[in-house]
Design a protein around this ligand. Sequence first.
Ligand code: PLP
Length: 442
Amino acid sequence: MLDRARPNDLRAFWMPFTANRQFKQAPRLLVAAKDMHYTTDDGRMVLDATSGLWCVNAGHGRPKITQAIQQQAAEMDYAPPFQMGHPLAFELANRLVEIAPKGMDHVFFTNSGSESVETALKIALAYHRVRGEGARTRLIGRERGYHGVNFGGTAVGGIVGNRKMYGTLVGGVDHLPHTHLPDRNAFSRGEPEHGGEDLANTLERLVGLHDASTIAAVIVEPVAGSTGVLIPPKGYLQRLREICDKHGILLIFDEVITGFGRLGTPFAADAFGVTPDIITAAKGVTNGAVPMGAVFVKKEIYDTFMTGPEHLIEFAHGYTYSAHPLACAAGVATMETYKDEGLLTRGSGEIGKYWEDALHSLKDAPHVIDIRNIGLVGAIELEPIDGQPTKRAFSAFLKAFEKNLLIRTTGDIIAMSPPLIVEKEHIDQIVTILREVLTSVE
Ligand code: PLP
């Protein structure tokens, strides 16, 4: 047993993306959650400025969602998704298509963002092959991109710490430069002004290097979330779309974070006015209550697969838990909650502006070198301690938690994405605590 008096022995659980030894010496345990707050094991109410892990978009413990899951568990626990179906799966797919960008007419269900990415990459490769362009096998990601942790997603991702242990991962991958230009765009509100077209034009250089006939798809997060809320400069996504169209390359938006209202629109595609060919989603699809992911594809992609003898499986892919009944029940109730409360567009209204002004009021706080925001997401970048990158932000995270605020850090960046039900007083509280934290960290 650990020395500390704790309800559990913490040794067996190898925690994901966690400093295990640090955590187990001073555990941070959450035991309950309601609306904007978590409750800790020592009874503190902690304001959730991260929607759990960018997923609890409607806030915690929403009754409609809880009841739907309870009812479904009692009625039918599981149904096989291969060669069988259940009504809620079709209902959820229809609900999702209703709010998706126009033309994204079909949905493939997975269980996570990582699985959505693998699924999207496989759809892209298979699509070209079915069309007789099987030489299009190259995948292009972007520096500082995060596309989950499976092999394909790690390969197209652009985070060195996630990639360097695993050899060649998936071959035939190249990367665009990231879109963060601090010298030109620091402290931008919303979309930065400078450099968008030039950054996107680097795709033409990759086409020049590899030839379009070898490239299947480009995958980008419309706003890079996990590497610190990197908002693309104006014109960037439009230009990527143009270049992809010109060369017959599929454009995939990884909207695992940006989907379901985070930017003040249902999807980032709506916020930027650019429709990709495939969208990957997860997290907010069930408000984080049951694991689920979804891949949206354009009608033309789906139709391309729907050829050949009708008794044959058109796409040899799927998961035991694709369209799991509990996830579908949670998903339908989540879509109803978003709709009833207007949450998918709330971030583009007054509260989004309030969030922006509040975050930028921290410009003069100690250590701050950049602040970025869009919709109801934002980041505060700190000057790293010399020779000890990430330490200052991690200290800020620990201090904020002591002060009953949950933030997230990545590198030396504080990233925040409060539930879309956030009110002005919560935002005031976030900013007040952050100022105290920044003033007290080394
Ligand atoms: N893609 C993006 C853009 C993400 O932000 C994430 C997770 O944060 C993933 C994929 C992976 O999702 P999951 O952790 O559900 O596998």
